[in-house]
Write a protein of this length. Structure first.
Length: 177
């Protein structure tokens, strides 16, 4: 087995990425404070061809050296928009026909592997603050919540890890259907 070189990976240029078809998924970051997490989410959105990211509240925006460190150029390819508050971002997405789901542990959250993704539906996935999660006021505006099952002593994952898991599941669905 031979490891592939970068030039063998057939990566899209930024121009090709911007023209490429995207999956009907937007990411909403609700008060995410870590610049490294924000950069990682940009990179994941690039990898899985999502429509873009809404950065809300205290979430920092590009250009920023700490975001760039983990984004590795994805801030140039992935569409992003800033909203001073997450509630306005959600209302905008709802007006555009998106179903809004918090990635959060709630009383009625659906387990990720049982979540019924619909082929012709647009989704906005809300990820929250590293310690406090998605704010209750934001959860109240969502159509539902998706929970990543966890069976260890901790019941939380890093936001960048959570985004990777959930976006992979959506990407996998669109690849298969």
């Amino acid at each position: 087995m031979k490891k592939l070189l970068n030039e063998e990976l057939k990566r899209k240029t930024i121009e090709e990425f911007k023209k490429a078809g995207k999956y009907p998924v937007r990411v909403v970051l609700d008060d995410v404070r870590s610049l490294n997490n924000i950069g990682s989410v940009f990179r994941t959105c690039d990898a899985f061809l999502t429509e873009g990211i809404y950065l809300c509240g205290i979430s920092a925006t590009p250009p920023h050296r700490e975001i760039s460190k983990t984004a590795l150029g994805a801030t140039e390819s992935v569409h992003w928009q800033y909203f001073a508050n997450t509630e306005n971002a959600i209302l905008s997405l709802r007006d555009q026909g998106y179903l809004i789901y918090a990635v959060e542990q709630t009383v009625n959250s659906q387990v990720l592997h049982d979540f019924p993704i619909l082929r012709n539906q647009k989704y906005a996935l809300v990820f929250g603050h590293e310690i406090h999660g998605v704010r209750q006021e934001v959860v109240d505006l969502c159509d539902g919540a998706i929970e990543i099952p966890q069976h260890g002593t901790k019941h939380s994952l890093n936001i960048a890890v959570s985004a990777g898991i959930v976006l992979w599941e959506f990407f996998r669905f669109y690849q298969l259907h």
